[in-house]
Design a protein around this ligand. Sequence first.
Ligand SMILES: [Fe+2]
Length: 335
Amino acid sequence: MNIFHAYSHAAPTIGADEILEIENLKVTHIGGGVVRFSNVVNIDFPRVSQWIDENGKTSHEQRWTYGIDEIGERYAINEDGNKFSIEHQNEVPVRVLAPVTENTDEDMITIFKSWEDSIYKCLIRYIDEYPLIVNTLWWRSRGHILRYSPGHFLGVHNDNDSNYRATEGKRYVPKGQMQMRQVIAVMLYINDGVDSKEKLDGTNFVGGELYFPYLGIESVPHRGDIVIFPTNYIASHGVKTVTDGIRYAYLEFYSQGNSDESVCINVAELDDCEDWCRPHWMDTIYDDYHKYCASGNYDKSGQSYNPAFQNRPLEGDEGHRQSLKLAQEKLLSQQ
Ligand SMILES: [Fe+2]
């Protein structure tokens, strides 16, 4: 297969059929910008779980390097350079950080592409729930996989926490600043959470709720649902301990800001994207959202704060040139 094609997969074309699909999504506002889209994806659970189980172990092992600290304790360091005790390392889920590589089976690549297309349609609808967000979505990193075995959980955190600190006159600036650019997180649930051991059937799990302590809400995973939520501190969240079964999910982020290698942010042009999860620009998102807003059924009442209807100026040198050109054309047409 053409692996380049896999990486350069962009987004579905947004035409009349897709607009209808986006309109018909079943949307639930759970609270605080946390939105659930129900039954969006049909999951071939036997195939997907088998593939993750096979690939998770190797992928997990490749994430870590090890060292011995000053008191003789062994520790682990993940791909971002964060240090974990061995005890803590054993509590975090297994991540398949690069689900699509040149070794990935073709049917799985097709599955991952279809998930990305479904996520994109939910994203267009999420933008419509909060239109001002459209100007903050510049680029994305495609999804990676999380696999929680019994005992695994994620403590409460927020997804744009940079771990910056200024203390005693010194600033401790993190070298990598990717997290602080993240605007929203997207979670695709691959299987169901259930509330008791008696309901286990080999495809589901007990525990593993996604919870937001400041918002007082939690989301029980349901196979094929997509949940989109803000990365900020109000939407701080955790995943409760999985007690039985295996919890699988697919996670990605949408971000903003310039590419800046000095803080480890290297955003690729889509056609140069040589890794499934590498950040890359989304150059069609405004136009795709605009198409949705321009559709016949769209209710434009009460949309004064929607950038799609605000006729905002274009920014940057190119934007100013365009504005000048349009002004000159208008002037000429009036003469
Ligand atoms: Fe998170």
